[in-house]
Design a protein around this ligand. Structure first.
Ligand code: SF4
Length: 375
């Protein structure tokens, strides 16, 4: 059943040197035509599917690089074309420095009920190292403005592994972020991606980035502080208060189908993954000329999809359900993985309890290696 839709907004105010997402700095002349093109693609989607949306996620890029009314009109368009459930979670990703009280009020007026704020850090030296265009004070001000406007569900994105980050600076960032009482917190480690200025940089020196020991101490601090703040860890990198787990990401972690529109957006429908053309100008031009914007289609074989569902699902602390896997793929994971799984259980990295298979506390530390064995 399809009930999640992702809309990609590929624009930012500037390009961060670590970013591998499809996003262009500036290009405000494309914003209007892009909105029109997305609205057109939404109508095409309606002709192919008739979903009841339970989750609508406008991500980027920086969606809030666009005027609030433009984002609002995309939500309105979805309401005209699809059935949107009364309790749908409608998220917009935002960066500090691009929103204020009035901006968020407009979003709320259009039914947007969740904001995901990209803080990354609250230390100005770390934000500068990441090439972010906002300060820590601006991030706090953006959060407060959103709350004052009436936004009841706010996520904060934070990052570990930042150049110059220490246990102490992380403790200051996390403590200050949690003091704001966000409903959800995502904490990812910086990855140095190829074909980015960070990836191309040849002169990283020892100590530029936090080392393994420092990162382990940072992870431990995260667990201690988040549990004291009332946010429960429900996914390897995600924490939420009760009932505020991100609905859209849960669809990804359960490896279920989802719709997507926009440049570079990837949908997954009935086991077929479709990737749209990445360049926003070419995306607009194709939509205007009525040319297909999908440039890549991949049909997932049953076994590959099964393994993917296991590996992604193990990111959830609840784990993966053996029964659901059997119902969906007619494959029993215990038989399928045989001695590999038994070995991981004997090392106390995985546990099988009732119908659920999940990572243990130790397993979560070595999650990447375990997933590499199972994929
Ligand atoms: S704001 Fe986000 S999407 Fe935009 S360049 Fe920076 S990391 Fe990438």
């Amino acid at each position: 059943m399809l009930n999640a839709l992702y809309i990609h907004i590929p624009f930012c105010r500037s390009k961060c040197p670590y970013c591998a997402f499809v996003s262009l700095p500036g290009q405000s002349q494309l914003h209007g035509p892009y909105q029109q093109a997305v609205a057109k693609e939404l109508a095409i989607l309606r002709d192919r599917f008739s979903p009841t949306l339970d989750s609508l996620f406008i991500g980027g890029g920086t969606p809030t690089a666009l005027p609030a009314a433009m984002l609002g009109s995309l939500v309105e368009r979805c309401r005209q074309l699809f059935s949107v459930s009364d309790k749908a979670e409608i998220t917009v990703e935002a960066n500090p420095g691009t929103i204020d009280l009035e901006y968020v009020r407009v979003l709320i007026d259009h039914g947007i009920n969740r904001l995901s704020l990209g803080f990354q850090s609250l230390q100005d030296n770390e934000l500068a190292a990441l090439g972010r265009q906002h300060s820590g004070a601006q991030a706090v001000a953006a959060f407060r403005a959103a709350r004052e406007a009436g936004m009841a569900n706010i996520n904060i994105d934070l990052m570990t592994g930042i150049p110059g980050q220490t246990q102490g600076s992380w403790e200051r960032t996390l403590t200050a972020a949690l003091t704001l009482q966000p409903d959800h917190c995502s904490i990812y480690e910086l990855t140095i991606e190829e074909n980015t200025p960070f990836g191309d940089k040849k002169n990283w020196r020892e100590g530029d980035l936090p080392g393994e020991e420092e990162l382990m101490a940072i992870d431990k601090l995260t667990l201690d502080l988040s549990s004291r703040s009332g946010l429960g860890r429900y996914e390897l990198a995600n924490y939420a208060s009760t009932g505020k787990q991100c609905r859209h990401n849960l669809v990804y972690w359960h490896n279920e189908g989802y719709l997507a529109v926009g440049a570079a957006a990837v949908s997954c429908i009935n086991g077929v993954r479709e990737r749209r053309i990445a360049d926003p100008a070419r995306y607009i031009s194709r939509m205007e000329r009525g040319v297909d914007v999908v440039v890549e289609r991949e049909t997932l074989a049953r076994e590959a999809s099964f393994r993917e569902t296991v590996v992604i699902g193990l990111r959830l602390l609840a784990g993966v359900s053996r029964r659901r896997l059997q119902d969906r793929y007619c494959i029993d994971p215990i038989e399928y993985y045989g001695t590999t799984l038994a070995h991981l259980v004997s090392l106390d990295l995985l546990t099988v309890s009732g119908e659920m298979i999940r990572l243990t506390d130790t397993g979560r530390i070595y999650a990447n290696r375990i997933m590499a064995e199972l994929v």
